[in-house]
Write a protein that binds this ligand. Structure first.
Ligand SMILES: *Cc1c(COP(=O)(O)O)cnc(C)c1O
Length: 334
């Protein structure tokens, strides 16, 4: 029965609720939009008609993102979070399986299960680098590459990404955390029309609550995606906010630099247990989930191959200080 598959797809999904002081579990940005910018946004929203449907292909925001990245609007599609785009992409391509490399973002597996698509897992190696995914490219609906990878934090080399693209299979490169990393591979869309790059406003832009993500790819693929996308899945308010935040990239950039600095500070403290990261979180080989929770700090507990590990989102300095203090205590009593 279908419902059983759905329940199974949801199985690993646990909501942590409670009166905890410090939330470092969802890779959110610790900084909300500054009040002055919020006021500017509210002022602008006064002029947005609420009685009208949004632009049918969300052109104003697509144009703004394209300008920001140096592409054309035809290369960009926006979604209700990049999660919506993942689910659409799985409906677009022919093939009988998708390829993922665990440990990685859970939504690929989730949407595949929901759609009844077979999943081939080619696990990342011991340094969390991609292995022989090319061998499973034939008849693949899509090959997912998450770089920087959630939850390990590392990136994949450009050469390897090209080698996967050379198979000709659709490659979905998830760059949700790219703003915290050294370099993007988004320009490869100019050479490979089997490449789709996913981005989001949820992490570096600090807009997880407004739900806007986007994909960059060839005109052809974007055009097909637009045809199967529910036309009004993004609302006018969210789109306007995303547009306005692109005008304030200087503020975003400052926050990104702050988070990177804090990431490196925490990493240095726990070098022995932490993996190098190019994202806004650190993977740590510390079985400290319950210990931290007792002290009001929520992080992500990992399982499977990463049993006994935690994923810690980089917070504000004060929050990170408390995390460092608590983890040092943990190491003393361990
Ligand atoms: C957070 C995250 C996303 C973004 O999801 P949204 O739906 O845009 O909030 C996408 N991919 C990865 C790997 C993520 O960690």
């Amino acid at each position: 029965m279908r419902i059983r598959e759905i329940v199974k797809a949801f199985e690993s999904y646990k909501v942590v609720e409670g009166n905890y002081r410090i939330w470092l579990d969802k890779n959110e940005n610790p900084f909300d939009v500054p009040t002055e910018i919020k006021e500017e946004i509210f002022e602008e929203l006064k002029n947005v008609p609420f009685n009208r449907y949004p632009h049918i292909t969300a052109d104003p925001l697509r144009e703004r993102i394209a300008e920001f990245l140096g592409f054309e609007k035809e290369n960009v599609i926006v979604g209700n979070g990049s999660d919506e785009l993942i689910s659409l992409l799985l409906k677009l391509f022919e093939g009988d399986h998708i390829v993922i490399s665990s440990p990685t973002f859970g939504m690929y597996d989730f949407f595949a299960k929901l759609e009844g698509i077979d999943l081939v897992d080619v696990p990342l190696d011991e340094r969390f680098k991609l292995q022989n995914v090319e061998d499973y490219a034939e008849n693949a609906k899509a090959i997912f590459i998450c770089s920087p990878n959630n939850p390990t934090g590392n990136t994949q080399e450009g050469e390897k990404i090209i080698s996967v693209l050379e198979t000709g299979a659709p490659v979905i490169l998830d760059e949700a955390y790219i703003e915290f990393a050294e370099g993007s591979n988004v320009d490869l869309i100019n050479e490979y029309d089997n490449l789709i790059v996913l981005r989001t406003f949820s992490k570096a832009f600090g807009l997880a609550g407004i739900r806007v993500g986007y994909a960059v790819g060839s005109e052809e693929i974007i055009n097909y995606l637009l045809r199967i996308k529910p036309p009004f899945s993004l609302n006018v308010i969210s789109m306007k906010i995303a547009e306005l935040m692109l005008d304030h990239y200087d503020v975003i950039k400052q926050n990104i630099n702050y988070i990177i600095k804090e990431r490196e500070r925490i990493y240095k403290e726990f070098k022995e247990y932490a993996y190098p990261s190019e994202a806004n979180f650190l993977l740590m080989r510390l079985n400290a989930y319950e210990f931290l929770l007792e002290r009001g700090i929520v992080v992500r507990k990992l399982g499977g191959r990463l049993d006994g590990h935690i994923r810690v989102t980089i917070g504000k300095k004060e929050e990170n200080d408390e995390l460092i203090k608590a983890l040092k205590e943990f190491l003393e009593v361990k």
